[in-house]
Write a protein that binds this ligand. Structure first.
Ligand SMILES: Cc1cc2nc3c(=O)[nH]c(=O)nc-3n(C[C@H](O)[C@H](O)[C@H](O)COP(=O)(O)O)c2cc1C
Length: 487
């Protein structure tokens, strides 16, 4: 059985006991070689990898920590990620209980207290500050940061937790945004237009703040690492979510040179700041779309201190042509956000963001349709819901369709649509990584209504029934199967 982990080391030990960790003792280089190995391993569902000897560094590299559905679940302390979706559903149900009776009130209150009991806990010291390096001692080039793909502009930190506080409310945000290392003490900050880090920077600029404090955390317990990728709305603390997932509070320690707190059990913390208005060319970078993101202007991160454990382990991931490790990270988001989407859209039965669609290119949703035009309503509602606003293609099918079976989806969609009637074109914000739109960040979107159509949906002919064998014949053939001599 999986459990919560105090830090990355406990998780690595757990994977080793499960036979799901491979140690590579042969010397390797951070320059493309680790990517080629990790890419082959993730694509065949292989183990997490700990590279013990990386040229030019004394620090090992840990990669592919979330790279299968099973390992992703273990990282979050469960056997199957559906267990977490169930827990979220239970929590939402408790919080919605109308306060009619004393018992209902008490249990809703109990659940809120329960949630509050996972609040981050401030401690005064932690192993992430075993060593504190400032001034001339700061040197990002000592860390075995990977150059991932041949046309990459340089070495990129790929699995950081970037922490900022809202300059107005003080509320914390944690996001995973890749960072190009420029030199010993500066790096690019790949904050895309719609992300919360960018929002904090805009607020800082509007208020004339000279420097926005930023902490970049590497490592820690795997649930906390995962929360950086979760699209929580501003104001909802990722560290609280990590506590809820682990069923244990995350210990946070104040930084040494900036006004932020960071997970005490991390491997490394890069403390620093971003100056509003300052940008520098970032990229190209071989991205999770399977294409290079081209060079663009992004903010610059200045390091004021590097703190780390004794003998730190550098955690990394690689992206590239799907399927890569981030697919499993995104699947958790899809599963645990489904109950939340269903609060706004109760007709939604299921949702799938397949690896090929790299999250923002394709969302397949099934609905229990009750009235004409409902599929259109669902598309537009999804385009107004958090980061689903970036979805380029939304396909809506009936609830009887298995959205996870791409063969069934292709069959139903192509059979069920009259393109002139059922394809909806809209426009709106796009992911920075979209390379097809004429201009960055804004462009067109397509909704496909592949649900069954009724007479009020510009269609007078009856809808044909699915071909399904009579149940008594199915039972008869089941009974006689061996007699036919077929295996
Ligand atoms: C491995 C990985 C790398 C990512 N890199 C970036 C990135 O460079 N820039 C970005 O804006 N989002 C990136 N994301 C997506 C964000 O982490 C995700 O949208 C998250 O919700 C952002 O947090 P926020 O909603 O608090 O802004 C990445 C996600 C993963 C899993």
């Amino acid at each position: 059985m999986a459990t919560g982990y105090r830090d990355l080391r406990e998780y690595i030990a757990f994977l080793e006991r499960k036979g799901d960790l491979h140690r590579v003792a042969t010397p390797v280089t951070w320059d493309l070689e680790i990517t080629e190995i990790a890419d082959r391993v993730v694509k065949r569902g292989g183990p997490a990898l700990l590279f013990e000897h990386v040229a030019g560094s004394t620090m090992p590299v840990f990669i592919n920590m979330f790279g299968t559905r099973q390992r992703m679940a273990w990282a979050l302390g469960v056997e199957d990620i559906e267990e977490l979706a169930h827990r979220v559903r239970e929590l939402l149900a408790m919080m919605q209980v109308p306060p009619l009776g004393v018992r209902a009130k008490l249990s809703a209150l109990g659940e809120l207290v329960h949630l509050a009991s996972f609040r981050p806990k401030t401690v005064h010291s932690g192993p992430c500050q075993d060593l504190v390096l400032t001034g001339e001692e700061v040197d990002l080039l000592r860390i075995p940061v990977l150059k991932c793909w041949p046309l990459d502009a340089g070495r990129f930190i790929t699995l950081p937790l970037v922490i900022t506080n809202d300059p107005v409310t003080g509320e914390r945000n944690v996001g995973t945004y890749r960072m190009q290392v420029y030199d010993r003490c500066t790096a690019g900050m790949h904050w895309q237009a719609q992300k919360v880090g960018t929002h904090h920077l805009r607020l800082a600029q509007d208020r004339g703040v000279q420097r926005l404090d930023v902490a970049v955390v590497l490592g820690g317990d795997p649930a906390t690492i995962w929360t950086g990728s979760a699209p929580l709305p501003p104001g909802l603390d990722e560290i609280l979510l990590a506590g809820f997932i682990r069923q244990e509070r995350v210990e946070m320690v104040p930084c040494q040179t900036i006004q932020l707190e960071v997970p005490a059990q991390a491997e490394f913390v890069l403390e620093g700041y971003v100056v509003p208005g300052e940008t520098r060319t970032e990229g190209p970078f071989g991205d999770h779309t399977g294409y290079y993101s081209l060079a663009e202007q992004y903010p610059v991160f200045h390091v004021t201190a590097v703190t780390h454990r004794r003998n730190p382990i550098y955690p990394a991931t690689i992206v590239g042509r799907p399927l890569t490790e981030d697919y499993y990270m995104g699947k958790v988001t899809e599963r645990i956000f489904l109950p939340i989407i269903q609060l706004a859209l109760p007709e939604v039965a299921d949702i799938n963001m397949p690896a090929e669609g790299v999250f923002h290119n394709l969302v397949i949703v099934s609905i229990k349709k009750e009235y004409p035009g409902q599929a259109h309503k669902v598309m537009h509602a999804l385009w107004g819901l958090g980061l689903l606003a970036l979805a380029k293609t939304v396909i809506v099918v009936d609830h009887t369709v298995n959205v996870h079976d791409l063969s069934e989806v292709a069959w139903r969609v192509t059979g069920n649509i009259d393109p002139a009637r059922d394809v909806v074109l809209a426009s709106g914000p796009l992911d920075d990584l979209d390379h097809a739109s004429p201009t960055p960040q804004f462009g067109s979107k397509m909704g496909i209504d592949a649900t069954t159509k009724g007479p009020l949906e510009s269609r007078q002919r009856p809808w044909p029934p699915d071909i399904v064998m009579a149940p008594e014949i199915v039972a008869l053939v089941d009974r006689k199967w061996k007699e036919y001599g077929l295996t």
